[in-house]
Design a protein around this ligand. Sequence first.
Ligand code: FMN
Length: 295
Amino acid sequence: MYIADYITGTVIQGLGNGHKLGFPTANVQPDTPVVLEKGAYAAWVKYDGKRHKGMLYVGTRPTLDLHELTYEIHVIDASPRLYGKKIAFKPVFKIADEKKFKSKKALIEALYDYKRSAKYLLSPSHSYHFNTKLDHIHEIVRIIEQARCRMKAQGLDQWQDGYPDEATIRNDKRKKQAHIFYKLLEPAAYAAIVFDKDPYYEKIDGKWLSDGEPYVTVHRIVVADKYLGLDLARHILKFAERKARSKGVQWFRIDTHHDNIPMRNLIRDFGFTLCGIVQVRDGQRLAYEKRVGER
Ligand SMILES: Cc1cc2nc3c(=O)[nH]c(=O)nc-3n(C[C@H](O)[C@H](O)[C@H](O)COP(=O)(O)O)c2cc1C
């Protein structure tokens, strides 16, 4: 699932059962109609200008023999007073379908399970990578296909010529630059983290910040449809930066397509400077550089 924007709403009076269950929830009245399947979701929750980890429940609470459709938010590891406030939420992963549990005890047990999953899903530090374990190569190719389809749907001409393909990934593996990022024990994202000089970066219409010093580059960042919205691309950039720092490499270069707005936003937010335009295999790209941070 992927919902690009936050859903906004107001926290209204609930029945207070959540407190008794040990999972207080804010009942939200969305500002505009929402189409979401019933069930439990890992969700980002924003209030008072800050983002928090949370869970969203969409359903009628059949375990408690209730019938009215509600949108309930449980904020993980905090018990804010939200009644009457404006709130925004973004479901990012469906954890479970709605169920009529046999007892309240069974519901509570499930809620603890959901909370563990939601925390894990929303914590980038809990995703881990394997450098060379590429028996998942076909999953990576599938994730690349998904990204290709999304780009096509957005009218982007990036990667529409079949690149990168399985041979590209095998080559990344051979050069020990292939990184798979896992969620829920399956490949969720991929990136090539490259420390070799990039021939396409030799010539730039503009000016790089650094001159002749070693740099790291990240290519072929892709996230599976199912795991969009979890900030995995940002996590990959952070991961590459940490890796560079540990090798004493002080510069980080990256390029992206002019029309790839999400990537451009991410690159900008990550502190890169736009240095100019480079010519790569299939066209021009915006070229960016930043100095690798202190920690
Ligand atoms: C993540 C999450 C998933 C839930 N899933 C179910 C469910 O599958 N079935 C159900 O009957 N209630 C489910 N509940 C809802 C609880 O019954 C609900 O939080 C409780 O009734 C509190 O509602 P109240 O504060 O309006 O009284 C879920 C709640 C949360 C936070």
